[in-house]
Design a binder for this molecule. Sequence first.
Ligand SMILES: *Cc1c(COP(=O)(O)O)cnc(C)c1O
Length: 370
Amino acid sequence: MNHYLLLTPGPLTTSETVRQAMLKDWCTWDDDYNVGVVQKIRAELVSLATTSPHYSSVLMQGSGTASVESVLGSAILPSDKILIINNGAYGKRMAEICQVLKLNHHVLNFKETQAPDLELIEQTITQDKEITHLAMVHCETTTGMLNPLVDVAQMCQRLDIRFILDAMSSFGGIEMDIGDLGIDFMISSANKCIQGVPGFGFVIGRKQSLERCRGNASSLSLDLYDQWHTMETANGKWRFTSPTHVVRAFAQALTELKQEGGVAARQERYRENQSRLVKGMLKLGFEPLLSSTMHSPIITSFYSPAASDYDFKRFYEGLKQLGFVIYPGKVSDADCFRIGNIGEVYPADIDRLLAAIEETIYWEKLPVTA
Ligand SMILES: *Cc1c(COP(=O)(O)O)cnc(C)c1O
């Protein structure tokens, strides 16, 4: 049994059955694993992402960032230039990857509480003829903001720009068809909305775009093409040791996503969690960082209590004793904390959380408003 509920954006609270799936050892060489587990996962991921037959999936060892790095480091040829949209820590991370890998890139910076400016993006692309790619985060987990996916996707299609989407914290929890959106690479990981445990990420890419990566990676272990090609030609084989227990847990998590009713049903549960949370928090006097039109159903940032002796750690510990773990803030210019709505978390848990928050601010004597 879990000691407390994780209200974090991943690793998150998983089901008992997902955790139980890790109690068996698997041989990476055996068909039971490669054909029975890995290939099934790869096909299911593609069918969750799109109805288009032009896509394929690659699983990649490491945390989600390794998958982002494998895409950027493999897809951007020396003759390419990528535009990075940055309005939070994860947009910034993509810019850092480009810097470290010395990729030809340009960064458009926006405020963390501001939606990216579509006009400015379009202007930048039309003025800089070198730009061939654009990368954006879907749900910026820093704040919980949902970036304008459809608008940017349509713009990329219209301007003939290849589109890379970091949908790490939204894929499986927010409906989308990456084929309709013309996305070249969509990146996510095991421990977010699919509700698995951490250990690998995955990329769902247009086959033509994956082919184009051939021979371009500057890293051996993060070579996206090579990993894909091996999985395709050797029936689900990973080039190097794969996180077998984690992969098996992920297969179970995918089964449970189906049992819940698919992405639409999961999105509805997250949305209900989020709206219940915001309603309850407003009643307690807390104020969300973003206006409600910008919110994702994934995670919500709240301003910290105004009490002069407020201390996140004390608030955190108080809630932890009552069985809930929340997340510190990550916004650079506002004092916040975050509460995640994803994982094996239900509206009744949110109600219990709200009662625990009320109790904590009472005992800790933390007036929420000044
Ligand atoms: C979680 C997350 C990542 C990856 O983070 P890791 O710590 O490497 O797993 C990337 N982008 C977004 C938007 C995320 O939420």
